[in-house]
Design a protein around this ligand. Structure first.
Ligand SMILES: [Zn+2]
Length: 309
């Protein structure tokens, strides 16, 4: 029997390779180089697990940080990513690693635990005091973003003290960038009084809580969604009933997770004239900054709550 692979075998092998590439996100990593000539101190290698924090690290590191974001695509599920050997190597070479923590990007924390010496680490969950098992979508909390940004700036400054003024300037610029979001949050607080939302996933819950919306997601569905398990048909029916009986003012819909159940809920919301706000787990593919992404979602929410009228 010939040892040469048949065309069919080759096709099978290549489709396997494609599948592996899709599931481990082989090409999703993004590196942006520091502007060495304009950095007044040591240039730092910063590696960030996910792009929700990657864009923030880039804004804060400015000319003095080369930032590598391991997952920079909405096509990759950060909850169960398998790091490549290249990802692990980038952690080894990093001066600073930024992870979300709270068991969200455990693959990154696991990789770090195997490194000796371990690079400096900012773990957002540790910074804000959130334990494993808590809703890990910390970048949706305006307070947590500010606390984590402050921790990143503090680490950058410690690692490259001659660039302290540069990092202070970047931190001030980031705070200015956030101002439109803060203003929009204040506007929404006024619109959200007495209003409720339900969500197909828990990603947006911290923002919803920050603006004072009541979570009216039926409990059984919410428990299933937070455990990444499938809701029962009874949970889905309860959700549809709540959408049609007027007890939910806004449906928050995560477009990054596809599935027949979320689509069914969206259709039920549309049939009942409940406005739908589209959110994503990660910064969408393209050129959007973290702040632009968040602001666009907040504006959608304001419109859904009647702010556009
Ligand atoms: Zn998630």
């Amino acid at each position: 029997m010939s040892r040469r692979p048949t065309v069919l075998a080759l096709l099978a092998a290549s489709s396997l390779a494609l599948a592996a590439c899709g599931s481990d996100g082989g090409n999703s990593t993004l590196t942006t180089e520091a502007d060495t000539a304009n950095c007044p101190g040591d240039v730092l290698d910063v590696v960030v697990s996910v792009n929700q924090w990657g864009d923030i690290a880039r804004a804060l590191g400015g000319d003095c940080a080369t930032v590598t974001t391991v997952i920079n695509s909405t096509a990759v599920d950060p909850h169960d990513y398998e790091p490549s050997t290249g990802d692990i190597a980038s952690f080894e070479d990093a001066d600073l690693v930024v992870v979300n923590g709270a068991d969200y990007d455990h693959w990154a924390s696991d990789a770090l635990a195997n490194l000796d010496p371990e690079p400096a680490v900012v773990d957002a969950a540790e910074v804000v005091g959130v334990a494993d098992g808590t809703n890990p979508h910390l970048w949706y909390s305006p307070d947590y973003v500010q606390q984590t940004a402050a921790a990143i700036t503090a680490e950058l400054t410690e690692l490259s003290p001659d660039a302290a003024d540069h990092f202070a300037g970047r931190a001030a610029a980031f705070a200015t960038d956030l101002e439109p979001c803060t203003a929009e949050l204040t506007t929404i607080q006024g619109l959200a009084a007495g209003k409720s939302y339900a969500a197909t996933e828990t990603v947006f819950d911290y923002t919803a809580a920050a603006v004072g919306l009541t979570d009216a997601t039926p409990e059984g569905y919410r428990d299933a969604a937070s455990n990444e398990s499938d809701p029962s048909s009874g949970d889905v029916a309860a959700f549809e009933a709540a959408l049609s009986d007027g007890s939910i003012d806004v449906l928050v819909y995560n477009t990054q997770t596809e599935g027949s159940v979320p689509e069914q809920l969206r259709a039920a919301a549309e049939a009942a004239d409940v406005p739908v706000v589209e959110v994503t787990e990660s910064v969408p593919d393209g050129d959007d900054s973290f702040v632009e992404w968040q602001l666009a979602q907040l504006q959608q929410l304001a419109d859904a709550l009647g702010g556009g009228q």
